[in-house]
Write a protein that binds this ligand. Structure first.
Ligand code: NAD
Length: 382
């Protein structure tokens, strides 16, 4: 069976879906891997390295896709580049990030094209599927990179220095939302020497925050919103007010604020208001990792840096592409582990929708949208 790995064409993308180490795994399973020329270059992989691992290199994406039964990608095929989708053959399986709930037009097109689409976002967060959890692997990269961005924009040192020219006090960092990205941001900014405070609405996180050497912000009021599957849900209006008071007290002192708070299927909660910005020191830096889902800060602009009273507010998009070598290595391991669930011992496709990973992560099959949440979203489309 032929497996195609096209080159990613999203602007700013530098990752690739498969690295040579995992090509070897697929080849060992009897698959024929075809990578588009240059697909790995920005992730530090040459065509030669792919060949050495047992892949064939195709000169165009159309050539890579021709006859492929399985297509592995990082980003969804772009509707603006019709060849990306047109080249994927009817009856084949596409595995990729698809953002299916916010990309309904694409989902419809995938169903019409008779493609079985498997969304990396829909891989269930069960223990068995941890090694296939690309949301977590890429959030780890984003949390790390967010701190480096903040350090680069901060007009100060992060660590304490005792020098002949005087003593420099360590910078203060505040991390809001301590899920996968937030915990990585805490660990990274601690390693760089900052003093760190953090807050999350899931109380279970407190110990993890403390074990990384950060202080967990506490309030005498109950500000918790534990949802399903380890996720948060929306706070009540009253609790949200209490949370804003808590953040408002802490943010005055912060040099760096990293925000990562998200609620599945909703806009990101507002955690930094206009009033809070006015109390912050000029030069301080906010990196809003929720910028693509509306932002945690009132003045965030996705993909831009906004300066308000000297406070720099960064709304980066696609941070994992900023560490493409390791982001690709981790994504590749996630996707190859998932592929093992899709093929039989003979190396041919063996789709089992009763499989507790394959079933929930499949969004289209045999001309139909198979995921109930997406079907609902399609029905409520105007
Ligand atoms: P996420 O990206 O959806 O959200 C990031 C964080 O924001 C979460 O910790 C959430 O609690 C927090 N948040 C939401 N609203 C907030 C608010 N108003 N104020 C402060 N913080 C707020 O979450 P994620 O990082 O993808 O995952 C969250 C959790 O899911 C993990 O920490 C873990 O417990 C669980 N998880 C489980 C598995 C697994 O079992 N395989 C895998 C990944 C994650």
């Amino acid at each position: 069976m032929k497996v195609a790995v096209p080159k990613e064409i999203r602007p700013g993308e530098r990752r690739v879906a498969i690295v040579p180490q995992d090509v070897k795994t697929l080849v060992k399973r009897g698959l024929e891997v075809v990578v588009e020329a240059g697909a790995g270059l920005t992730a530090g992989v040459s065509d030669e390295q792919y060949r050495e691992a047992g892949a064939t290199v195709a000169s165009t994406s159309a050539e890579a896709l021709r006859g492929a039964k399985l297509v592995l990608r990082v980003n969804p095929p772009s509707l603006a580049a019709p060849d990306e989708l047109a080249g994927v053959e009817r009856g084949s399986v596409l595995v990729s990030f698809l953002s299916p709930l916010t990309n309904l037009d694409l989902v419809k097109r995938l169903a019409e094209a008779g493609i079985t689409a498997i969304s990396m976002e829909m891989v269930p967060r069960i223990t068995r599927a941890q090694s296939m959890d690309a949301l977590s692997s890429q959030a780890t990269v984003a949390g790390y990179k967010a701190v480096l961005l903040a350090a680069d924009h901060l007009p100060k040192f992060l660590p304490m220095f005792t020098t002949a020219a005087g003593t420099i006090r360590p910078a203060k960092a505040l991390v809001l939302g301590a899920g996968v990205a937030g915990l990585q941001a805490i660990a990274t900014v601690r390693r760089l020497g900052a003093v760190v405070e953090a807050f999350d609405v899931r109380p279970a996180v407190k110990e993890q925050v403390q074990s990384l050497g950060a202080k967990f912000l506490e309030t005498e009021h109950d500000v918790t919103a534990e949802g399903e599957g380890g996720y948060a849900k929306e706070l009540s209006e009253e609790q949200h007010k209490k949370e804003l008071e808590l953040i408002g007290r802490a943010i005055v002192d912060a040099d760096v604020v990293i925000t990562t708070a998200q609620i599945p299927g909703r806009d990101a909660p507002l955690l930094i208001t206009e009033e809070m910005l006015a109390t912050m020191r000029p030069g301080s830096v906010i990196v809003d990792l929720a910028s693509e889902s509306g932002g945690n800060c009132a003045r965030t602009k996705s993909g831009e840096t906004v300066v308000v009273n000297g406070v720099q507010i960064l709304g980066p998009v696609n941070l994992p592409a900023g560490v493409p070598v390791h982001a690709s290595q981790m994504y590749s391991r996630n996707i190859v582990t998932l592929v093992a669930e899709l093929i039989g011992d003979d190396g041919a496709l063996a789709l089992d929708f009763e499989n507790d990973v394959v079933g929930p992560s499949t969004v289209t099959h045999a001309g139909e949208v198979t995921n109930e949440r997406i079907r609902q979203a399609l029905r409520s489309q105007p």
